[in-house]
Design a protein around this ligand. Structure first.
Ligand code: NAP
Length: 248
């Protein structure tokens, strides 16, 4: 029987890349994000790639009531990919907008928690797998990234907490921690300024969304007795947070 994967943040970047990979593997998919037009286009692509069934829903994961309503009709899940997330702004903490902080905390932390809590009983029933998108930012803080880094440190601690509390259920929890990946991430961070976003990757070769998706697929494919707890993936051009090799 086909396995079912629910992917948040499926309308772009890493979430969309995972959706395509799991389609080729014959997973049934539930794809969530706020932009429904994107999800509809991805649905068509996933069906062509081999997914037997693709459900899409426009959902803001920071809206607790909307998440609860969505889960009233959700069925058996084998895999949960918590990819929805964002960085908003790079202002120093004494000048940053509270609305940017709210968006990051409410999505990266509370949204991930709502979805995970609502999905966990189904995942326990199938001895399923939760994959969280943490970040190297959860290990190292950089200037202008204090709150984003705090949310990713939270994702790391929450992944650990889930592993401890779900021990014995057979549910696996993996925290994927990428360095620089070229997606819409930086465009979102700079409020849609593509020029500023492009500068982030200038002269260096970042990871692609599919590089990360391939590693996620590999974690899912390990035997049930094997849980990859954390996986940190940097581009070769990035030695550490803030240490990037740029060619002129
Ligand atoms: P992306 O291309 O900007 O994709 C982010 C996804 O999250 C989009 O599908 C977006 O869809 C969704 N999203 C954002 N807020 C949401 C909300 N409130 N409710 C529902 N969906 C929401 O970025 P990405 O690089 O793929 O990022 C995926 C994850 O990887 C994030 O958690 C990010 O923090 C993490 N990460 C990224 C990098 C990087 O360098 N790119 C590095 C380390 C970790 P809608 O706008 O349609 O809602």
């Amino acid at each position: 029987m086909a396995r079912t994967a629910l992917i948040t943040g499926a309308s772009a970047g890493i979430g969309a890349a995972v959706a395509k990979r799991l389609s080729r593997r014959g997973y049934r998919l539930i794809l969530l994000a706020r932009r429904e037009d994107r999800l509809q286009a991805l649905r068509t692509e996933c069906l062509e790639l081999g997914a037997p069934e693709v459900q899409v829903a426009a959902l803001d994961i920071s809206d607790r009531k909307a998440c609860e309503d969505f889960f009233k009709s959700t069925r058996e899940l084998h895999v949960l990919i918590n990819s929805a997330g964002l960085a908003a702004g790079t202002d120093p903490m004494d000048r940053a907008k509270l609305s940017d902080w709210e968006a990051m905390v409410e999505t990266n932390v509370m949204g991930l928690l709502y979805i995970t809590r609502l999905a966990v009983d189904s995942l326990k029933a199938t001895r399923g797998h939760i994959v969280n998108l943490g970040s190297v930012a959860g290990h190292w803080t950089y200037p202008g990234g204090g709150v984003y880094c705090a949310t990713k440190a939270a994702v790391r601690a929450l992944s650990e907490g889930l592993r401890l509390d779900l021990m014995g259920t057979g549910v696996r929890i993996t925290n994927i921690e990428p360095g620089m990946v070229e997606t819409e991430f930086s465009v979102v961070r700079y409020g849609g300024d593509k020029g500023k976003a492009d500068k982030v990757y200038s002269g260096m070769e970042p990871l692609t969304a599919d590089d990360v998706a391939e590693s996620i697929e590999w974690c899912l494919d390990r035997p049930a007795r094997v849980n990859i707890q954390e996986m940190m993936i940097f581009p070769t051009d990035q030695a550490g947070v803030g240490f990037v090799n740029r060619r002129p």
